[in-house]
Structures are given as structure tokens and as C-alpha cells.
Ligand binder design. Structure first.
Ligand code: SF4
Length: 326
């Protein structure tokens, strides 16, 4: 697929397989107004596999499965097994909130899945309930332990930093990477719910990095071709790494290599912009693979050049984060 000089090749597709979730994170969606998609609007697994194959033809080699919470969707394990055999897709990853991970980890591992991201914003039970609206911290920690014992690697922990809520815990969370080969990644809050809530709780990662200097010098790690937006660092004496994802204070548009497919079949060139292309409608009307491939090409062109910056500065995803999959 064409790309502008210096920009990254678009080789990574994030697929949201559902807009359902068993948590209610405060920074995710304005839950009072949220309505789940009618099931018929959600792409069927065979449709997802077909689009993954078309995307691979177009140069996509890495796929990340997201939600909502992907583990709540029935049949996910079988789907993952098939996804690992789509020609051209040589890396399959999954992002989960970990609540159902302890019980599903062995079956997930048997599909060939190794790359796992687990959302964990706090190690404190009451604060977990405050952020997610649910009392599931114990399950998530048990799921993390189970996944580590099975050999999932790299095991990444995603922590959204919320000023005045969990920012005083960044050192405790970072320490998870001392004795374990985890990548603990700190993520800047995005204004997906309300500008007012964002202004109250946004913490630039420069402040987080300042607080982590007590751990010692942060030494940059090497990056792979299909790497996401994280900037990773090694710390002396740590088995794992620390990562920083700063979409607000240091956006990484030029190195952005991904497209997003929503659970209802819309292809998005950018997380923070409203523009999206409908794949489900034309596909269900019988459009052939070559023309569907053309829509992938169009999404990449939408991402390219001048459009990129105007896309980002809008900061209005135009739909709830739970239906984009982050
Ligand atoms: S989709 Fe993710 S961020 Fe949103 S409520 Fe579920 S776990 Fe939380």
C-alpha cells in the first residue's frame, strides 16, 4: 500500500470483535448514553476472517484482536485458531481486560496466541472498583499470573494514567517489571468521554517519567517493524521493560502503521478521527474481494499526508471507545 515519504508502512490491523464489555471503565465511554449494537450488526467470524485475508493481500501482517472485551464473545478461541492460519498474517495479538483470562488462558495458548496485552490501571481493589465500576481486580491478577505461567510472551500491561486517581501508583506498577519479564506501559488519557473529565485527569507522561527516574536510567529498547506506538525502555536490574504511549503530548502520526476495523464493520484510518469506511454493507451486498481491497487502499490514503494532521487535531472519534477497541 502507498505511503508518504518517511511515514510508516501500514501493516497492522486492529480488529474489534465486539462492543460488549464486562467492565465499565470511566475513561472509556459515556455509559449512560451507551447502547450496545444489535447482534446482526456485528461482523460474523467468517466475515472477519475474509476481511483479514483481504487485508493480508493488501500488506497487513499483524492483527490485534480487541473489543469491547474480546473474551466475552462466544467462539473467540475457534476464531483465533483460524486467524493464525490466514496467509500473510504472521502475528496475532490480543488485548483483554483480564477478567476472564484465568479460565481461558490455556485454550487461548493452544490457538498459537503468544502476544497478550492486559489492561491494569491499579493494584488496589477499591481503586479498581472506582475506575472500572466492577470488583474484579483479583481475577485480573490471577489471569496475569496464569498467562505468565503458561508462557505468553511478550506479556504487556497497559495502564492508563489518571491524575488524582492512580498516578501516585506508577512506581508500584512499574515494579511489576522488576521481577517479571512484563512490559509495563503507561498510556496518556484521551478525551474520549468528556473534555471536562479529560482536563481534570490528564497527566502528561513527561511527569510519569520524571517520577520513575528513581528507578535508574531508562535505556531505549529496539523497535520491531510492526511495533505499535509505545516507546520502550530497559531499566537496570529489571527483567521486563517500561513503555510510554503519549497520543496527546507526543502524537506519533508519522510512525502510525495501523488501521482499525470496528465490530460493526467500519474501517478507520485513525483512532482519534470520525472518518470511517463501511466494509460490512458492501460485503453483505456481495462486493468482491478486489473491490473490498480497494476500500482498504482508500483508508490508507485517507491516513496519508496532509489529512493525517487534520484528522488528529479533531480529537473527536465520533463514536464510543468501547466500539473502536482503543
Ligand atoms: S472496553 Fe476496555 S476500557 Fe472500555 S470498559 Fe471495557 S475494559 Fe474498560
Amino acid at each position: 500500500m502507498e505511503k508518504e515519504p518517511g511515514a510508516s508502512k501500514t501493516n497492522y490491523l486492529r480488529i474489534s470483535v465486539t462492543d460488549r464489555c464486562n467492565l465499565r471503565c470511566r475513561y472509556c465511554t459515556y455509559w449512560r448514553d451507551w447502547r450496545k449494537l444489535p447482534s446482526v450488526e456485528i461482523l460474523r467470524y467468517e466475515e472477519l476472517l475474509r476481511l483479514a485475508a483481504i487485508a493480508a493481500e493488501m500488506g497487513i501482517s499483524k492483527v490485534r484482536i480487541t473489543g469491547g472485551e474480546p473474551l466475552v464473545r462466544r467462539g473467540l478461541v475457534e476464531f483465533l485458531g483460524k486467524l493464525h492460519h490466514v496467509p500473510g498474517i504472521n502475528k496475532v495479538c490480543l488485548t483483554t481486560n483480564g477478567v476472564l483470562l484465568r479460565e481461558l488462558a490455556p485454550a487461548l495458548y493452544d490457538t498459537g496466541l503468544r502476544h497478550l496485552n492486559i489492561s491494569l490501571d491499579t493494584l488496589r481493589r477499591e481503586r479498581y472498583r472506582q475506575i472500572t465500576g466492577r470488583d474484579n481486580l483479583a481475577e485480573v491478577l490471577a489471569g496475569l499470573e496464569r498467562a505468565a505461567s503458561l508462557g505468553f510472551h511478550p506479556l504487556k500491561i497497559n495502564c492508563v494514567v489518571l491524575k488524582g486517581i492512580n498516578d501516585e501508583e506508577v512506581l508500584d506498577l512499574a515494579m511489576l517489571a522488576q521481577d517479571h519479564p512484563y512490559q509495563v506501559r503507561f498510556i496518556e488519557l484521551m478525551p474520549t468521554v468528556s473534555q471536562e473529565w479529560w482536563q481534570r485527569h490528564f497527566q502528561p507522561l513527561s511527569e510519569v517519567r520524571r517520577r520513575l527516574t528513581v528507578l535508574g536510567p531508562l535505556m531505549p529498547s529496539t523497535r520491531e517493524a510492526t511495533a505499535g506506538p509505545a516507546r520502550n525502555f530497559r531499566v537496570p536490574g529489571f527483567r521486563g521493560e517500561l513503555g510510554f504511549i503519549s497520543p496527546m503530548s507526543g502524537h506519533h502520526c508519522r510512525t502510525c502503521n495501523r488501521l482499525r476495523l470496528t465490530a460493526d464493520g467500519k474501517l478507520r484510518p485513525c483512532l482519534l478521527a470520525a472518518s470511517e469506511l463501511d466494509l460490512k454493507g458492501p460485503m453483505r451486498l456481495g462486493l468482491g474481494d478486489d473491490l473490498l481491497g480497494y476500500l482498504f487502499q482508500e483508508a490508507v490514503e485517507l491516513k496519508a499526508g496532509k489529512a493525517r494532521f487534520s484528522l488528529v487535531h479533531s480529537h473527536q472519534p465520533g463514536r464510543s471507545m468501547v466500539s473502536i477497541g482503543g
